[in-house]
Design a protein around this ligand. Structure first.
Ligand code: NAD
Length: 511
């Protein structure tokens, strides 16, 4: 296990002022407030970072506006080459950045490395994309006319991100937004500010090495920054990843000024376990989905909808698997489950268990907080499992913790109705070897989620597909497929190369 001060030193962020710029200038030492970052792994303070003041905010926005004028004129494939260099820099820093993610956020080291790998992958994707920002051409109804569409950058894109993917979410947005010709201003979660400083520093070095102007990527840390962005007309697009509660507020505020949003909000993801499922595979998918990242993924498995014929056998297997889980330091690769992000998250977990019990939940694996020994941070909890009804209030909510709910079903129609019967619509899955069941689940009569899997759990996704969900998950799409279109404005162009001016729809207008 690496000494964290060496990690910070390797990443070059030990003695710099919290970065808000591309690196040529750092934030003025204004004596502004600071945020202290504590590790949930052991409760120790890692470092303090400076909070952006209103002046910092103004400086960043003005610099970003100026930078956009340059960046938008650099050909997209050349912008792609800068993102390629970001990918290379991330490769070189993978071990240190992944370790910092694990230490500051509390996810396992493997998942920390996985997050950085995802950043590298999206950079590779964006490099290819930089030569493929295609528009369509259409046949005009008027003679000697040409009609086509093209895609232009929007301007300043603000990226507001959640604590649980402290580096990957930024890169999904930034890599695409940058090749599309936008400049980015990032407001990370105040719970994981050091990960953000490290990423900004890595990109800043790349931008500097290419002699690019200040302001193409900037970082603003501090809780007040979010609302400044929501109301700032200079920001045409706010890409927000976080809870449904805050997302609702962001969405209304940005829509109020006719700004656009990409919303990636909470999930309440279920796996249907059919009587025709491969049960061993289903157990692995369900347990990893429910306890991986200590249940703090937007795609974490929160509900299992199990066929009545196999319900008892499957539950017994599940209880046995939970008995084998090792909870502890996420940097120790022998452990399966690390801590929650902070003690406030532990309180939410405890309240959810209490509420569940008051509504009738029957716990088959009990929860609880771990204390003493290696658990002094107070953030380690026991993953638990409860038998419930889908309509319980607590089951309808996303509790960001390792609590798994079991629900019994008789028919596939009923299972799909239960799966869809929550306000959120992010990820969903069915475990079955029955082709008819799989196809029904994926059909128009099946899952209503943005992600629907067969014989894969709900948790995690590849960067090549568009990522996001419906209903209270917000409807946004990020990452692969044509999600890039969300970062550009579409323009339809019609060119008349005839000697007359025929009007559309055959309208006559003679003078
Ligand atoms: P959160 O909503 O508490 O915070 C998210 C971000 O919003 C943070 O940066 C926070 O500082 C900022 N914020 C707070 N108030 C704001 C305001 N008024 N205006 C603008 N920004 C504001 O979420 P969290 O606890 O950090 O993350 C967990 C949540 O994120 C879960 O609900 C999870 O499902 C969701 N999430 C969703 C996805 C997805 O892709 N769908 C991915 C990761 C996390």
């Amino acid at each position: 296990q690496k000494d964290i001060s060496i990690v910070l030193k390797n990443l070059g962020i030990l003695d710099i002022n919290p970065a808000y710029s591309t690196g040529k200038i750092w934030g003025p030492d204004s004596g502004a407030a600071t945020i202290e970052s504590f590790s949930p792994v052991n409760g120790k303070k890692i470092a303090s970072v400076q909070v952006a003041t209103a002046d910092d905010y103004e400086n960043v926005m003005k610099t970003a506006e100026q930078a956009f004028l340059t960046w938008r004129n650099i050909p997209a494939p050349k912008r792609g080459d800068v993102v390629r260099q970001l990918g290379d820099a991330l490769r070189a820093n993978k071990e240190d950045l992944g370790t910092l993610v694990s230490y500051e956020m509390g996810k396992s080291l493997q998942e920390g490395f996985g997050e950085v790998q995802e950043m590298i992958d999206i950079c590779d994707f964006a490099v290819g994309l930089s030569r493929q920002l295609y528009g369509l051409t259409m046949h005009s109804e008027r003679p000697s006319h040409r009609m086509y569409e093209q895609w232009h950058p929007m301007g300043i894109v603000s990226i507001i991100s959640a604590f649980n993917f402290p580096v990957a979410v930024w890169s999904w947005n930034a890599a695409l937004a940058l090749v599309c010709g936008n400049v980015c201003v990032w407001k990370p979660s105040s719970k994981t500010p050091l990960c953000a400083v490290a990423c900004q520093h890595i990109l800043a070095n790349v931008l500097q090495a290419n002699d690019l102007p200040e302001g193409i990527s900037a970082l603003l840390i501090g809780n007040a920054v979010g609302d400044m962005m929501n109301h700032d007309k200079r920001i045409p697009l706010v890409s927000f990843t976080g809870s449904t509660r805050i997302g609702r507020h962001v969405s209304a505020a940005v829509a109020g000024r006719f700004g656009q949003t990409i919303l990636e909000l909470g999930g309440n993801n279920a796996i249907i376990i059919s009587k025709d499922a491969d049960l061993d595979m289903s157990i692995i998918g369900a347990v990893f989905g429910a306890v991986g990242t200590a249940g703090q993924r937007c795609t974490s498995t929160r509900r299992l909808i199990i066929h009545e014929d196999i319900y008892d056998a499957f539950t017994a297997k599940l209880v046995k698997a939970y008995g084998q889980l090792r909870i502890g330091d996420p940097l120790d690769q022998h452990n399966h489950v690390g801590p929650l992000i902070d003690t406030a998250a532990v309180d939410m977990y405890l309240k959810a268990i209490e509420k569940g019990k008051s509504e009738g939940a029957k716990f088959v694996v009990e929860g609880g907080v771990l204390e003493g020994g290696n658990y002094t941070s107070g953030c380690y909890v026991k993953p638990c499992v409860a038998e419930v009804k889908n309509h319980y209030e607590i089951v309808q909510e996303e509790t960001f913790a390792p609590i798994l709910y079991l629900i019994k079903y008789k028919t596939l129609d009923q299972a799909i109705a239960l799966q869809n019967g929550v306000p959120q619509g992010l990820s969903s899955a069915i475990m079955t070897l029955n082709l008819r069941e799989a196809e029904q689940f994926l059909s128009v009569n099946g899952s209503d989620c943005g992600i629907a899997n067969v014989n894969i759990g709900t948790s995690g996704a590849e960067i090549g597909g568009a990522f996001g969900g419906e209903k209270e998950t917000g409807g946004g799409r990020e990452s692969g497929s044509d999600a890039w279109k969300g970062y550009m404005r579409r323009q339809t162009n019609t060119i008349n190369y005839s000697n007359t001016l025929p009007l559309a729809q055959g309208i006559k207008f003679d003078l």
